[in-house]
Design a protein around this ligand. Structure first.
Ligand code: ADP
Ligand code: MG
Length: 693
């Protein structure tokens, strides 16, 4: 079956090209056919140069009559241009000038006297038609049917693979596989959705005869991609539901008692979410739930109730968190919360002595510890529990998929709750986290004041210091955040080490201290403790405090080089000062000159403090690949679908997938065989999913 065969067997693909293709993720014919163009060029009408119209995209075929590469000496600082490549192309009707900036490497590929195809938007300069940075290809006499006189596909590529070579190879692959392509989408679904079949779609994607062809084909593959991601989601879900859980009976008396231990009452959404979680604990299959909510909305306390239920039923519970500081912080919170109940709560982190660790391991195995809060140390292979029934993971995005999966494996199908402060819209989250049920805390505790965000440049540094001093004088505490600990040679980043000396003097008589990942564990704990007890007024830190640290009296933060941080990270940092009912101020001090994308980012953080909005903006700015990659949801990468843009298709795909799995959870039916085959072919379904009984 040619579909699975290496592209090596295609004409023109030698070992060298095979290697280059491999680097862009293409090894087989199947891969190549699904290596989709990202746009098209309309080359149906080749224009004469004399007929060019300003601002209208056009294709020109002509001879290179002159070429010139101008290098700009490095000491000409006023411009970012390093070189200018210019060519003149003639088609007898006229002359077209083309210019590229900083693409001097193209020089050698444009042969004088060679024929080229130019695609771009002409502009008139001093009476002459000119194109700035147009697309170009060298024209070869043989087989131009793919490259000219039609709508032409443009692929993502590297320098060593030309567009025309990709086109030629895809064409060969399509020719070889065409008659053997099996449509992975069942006919009835395609029919209902009015989607073209696989052969038509492949053709429309790579070699469309009209833009409508291309659009339909793309829509089909977007649907297909999302449909299969949702099939995977429902298969996983089905697998969870087949597991038998430890049923944890919820005692309402306990819930009331715990609520009365709090010096606040839960918000409406905290209560809703709490009920969703408690209901799960009583179900015959294990909870598998994601708890989303903006920074500071109070996720910890909600999870704490579930810990209480678990222990009150006589079982053990584990809480995995990304940092040691957080582990100790949660332990303390829990100890207050469970005051008087006699639960034994311990911390397990790798910085403990071997003896301490050994003792905790032993006590966990014997069931002497009720709640263990820890870092990665909790998923160490030799750690065993006596009867683990509830597991939770805080700041889940800080862990890899595999790491997260290890925690529940420490028990016999324990309940599993993951928490995230990177909230994304519900419909998106449902589809992307898929196999997890979803709870969202939508509100913040009453009285919380949204931080004021102020973006300043270097000239206002002393203003920022003065502002912070007034806050410290009022009795509040503050943070100053640096992107790096030590000065590095070539970067003009502010470093913590260097600045902390200055700051110490600047902020006399206030107490400052430094805090970063390279401090010893004990030192870290001491510093945080002192900060908590207000012995330190100003903490000079790296982003290690980004994660979950909860110091209510700290209400002002200055971030240096905010251009170095992503949106989510800045929002997390800002979350540190929004912990109680004092007015918080978040100051970002950027370089004077910034690239466009950074400006957009900093403006976004200035404009909104709503985590949901920030996440959406982040998604828009970074694009789905990067954004969702970072969320590590454990689903295959999306290549052409963008869940935000394609949300409606996603919802539909989800509902089709739901029906398929509901009707046929093992994909045994004849009309579902192509689905099953497609899964087996593209995904590691056997190890991952309950496709076999
Ligand atoms: P996050 O959701 O970011 O993990 P935390 O769980 O750390 O937030 O909670 C932040 C702070 O808000 C904690 O000090 C917590 O005690 C407090 N808190 C939580 N819920 C409420 C509430 N309903 N009313 C007032 N304060 C609350
Ligand atoms: Mg938290």
């Amino acid at each position: 079956m040619p579909y699975t065969e290496s592209i090596r067997y295609l004409k023109g693909v030698g070992p060298k090209k095979e290697e280059v293709f491999k680097r862009i993720g293409v090894s087989t014919i199947a891969d190549l056919l699904r290596y989709f163009p990202f746009r098209y060029e309309d080359r149906r009408n080749v224009k004469k140069i004399q007929d060019l119209k300003e601002d209208e995209f056009a294709v020109i075929k002509g001879k290179v009559v002159a070429r010139r590469l101008k290098k700009i000496p490095y000491y000409v600082k006023a411009t970012r241009v390093r070189d200018i490549l210019e060519i003149a192309v003639s088609d007898r009707s006229g002359i077209l000038l083309c210019t590229w900036f900083n693409q001097g490497y193209l020089y050698d590929s444009i042969q004088p006297d060679g024929t080229v195809i130019i695609y771009g938007k002409p502009k008139k300069y001093e009476g002459k038609m000119k194109m700035i940075a147009p697309e170009f290809e060298t024209f070869e006499e043989d087989n131009e049917s793919l490259n000219l006189g039609r709508i032409v596909s443009i692929y993502p590529t590297t320098r060593s693979l030309t567009q025309r070579f990709i086109r030629k190879t895809v064409s060969a692959a399509f020719g070889a596989a065409k008659t053997k392509l099996v449509d992975p989408l069942p006919f009835d679904i395609r029919d209902k959705k009015n989607l073209p079949n696989i052969v038509k779609s492949m053709e429309g994607m790579h070699f469309p005869l009209s833009f409508e062809d291309a659009r339909l084909a793309r829509e089909r593959f977007i649907f297909e991609e999302l449909f299969f991601s949702q099939i995977l989601v429902y298969l996983r879900k089905a697998k969870h539901r087949m597991q038998k859980s430890i049923v944890l009976k919820v005692s309402e008396q306990l819930i009331s008692k715990l609520k009365s231990n709090l010096n606040f009452s839960l918000t409406a959404s905290q209560n809703t979410v709490l009920r969703e979680i408690l209901a799960d604990l009583e179900k015959p299959y294990p909870m598998h739930r994601l708890l989303q909510g903006d920074v500071g909305c109070g996720k910890t306390v909600v999870s704490a109730f579930a810990f209480g239920v678990c222990v009150s039923c006589g079982y053990q519970a584990a809480f995995m968190v990304p940092t040691e500081i957080l582990a100790y912080q949660h332990k303390e919170t829990f100890e207050k919360f469970f005051n008087g109940l006699g639960y034994r709560i311990e911390v397990l982190v790798s910085s403990l002595s071997a003896k301490e660790i050994e003792k905790i391991h032993k006590d966990l195995k014997e069931g002497l510890i009720d709640i263990i809060v820890g870092t990665h140390a909790l998923i160490e292979a030799k750690l065993e529990f006596k009867n683990l029934a509830f597991t939770a993971i805080d700041e889940q995005h800080k862990f890899g998929v595999a790491q997260r999966a290890l925690l529940p494996q420490k028990g016999n199908n324990p309940h599993y709750l993951v928490m995230s402060a990177t909230p994304i819209p519900r419909s998106l989250a449902l589809s992307l986290y898929g196999d997890l049920d979803l709870s969202i805390i939508k509100d913040l505790p009453q009285g919380r004041i949204i931080p004021k965000t102020i973006w300043i440049k270097e000239e206002k540094r002393s203003w920022a210091y003065d502002f912070m001093k007034t806050k410290l004088k009022e009795g509040r505490q503050g943070y100053i955040i640096y992107p790096v600990i030590e000065e590095s040679e070539d970067e003009d980043l502010k470093s913590l080490e260097l600045m902390s000396k200055e700051l110490k003097k600047e902020f006399v008589p206030y107490q400052t201290a430094i805090f970063h990942g390279k401090l010893k564990s004990e030192e870290k704990l001491t510093v945080i403790k002192k900060f908590q007890q207000k012995e330190i007024n100003l903490l000079i830190s790296t982003t290690v405090i980004e994660v979950g640290v909860n110091i209510e009296n700290a209400t002002v933060m200055l971030v240096e080089n905010p251009e170095r941080f992503g949106l989510a990270q800045l929002h997390q940092l800002r979350g540190r000062i929004q912990r109680a009912n004092f007015e918080p101020t978040f100051i970002i001090l950027s370089k004077d000159e910034l690239p466009e994308d950074v400006t957009v980012r900093l403006k976004a953080i200035e404009a909104s403090s709503d985590g949901f909005k920030i996440a959406e903006e982040d998604l828009n700015l970074r694009g789905p690949g990067d954004f969702f990659g970072h969320m590590q949801h454990g689903l295959p990468d999306l290549k052409i679908a963008n869940p935000l843009r394609d949300l409606e298709i996603l919802k539909e795909a989800r509902s089709f997938a739901y029906n398929v799995i509901k009707e046929d959870p093992y994909l045994e039916k004849k009309n579902h065989k192509p689905i099953r085959d497609h899964l087996d072919f593209w995904f590691d379904t056997n190890t991952d999913l309950a496709l076999s009984k």
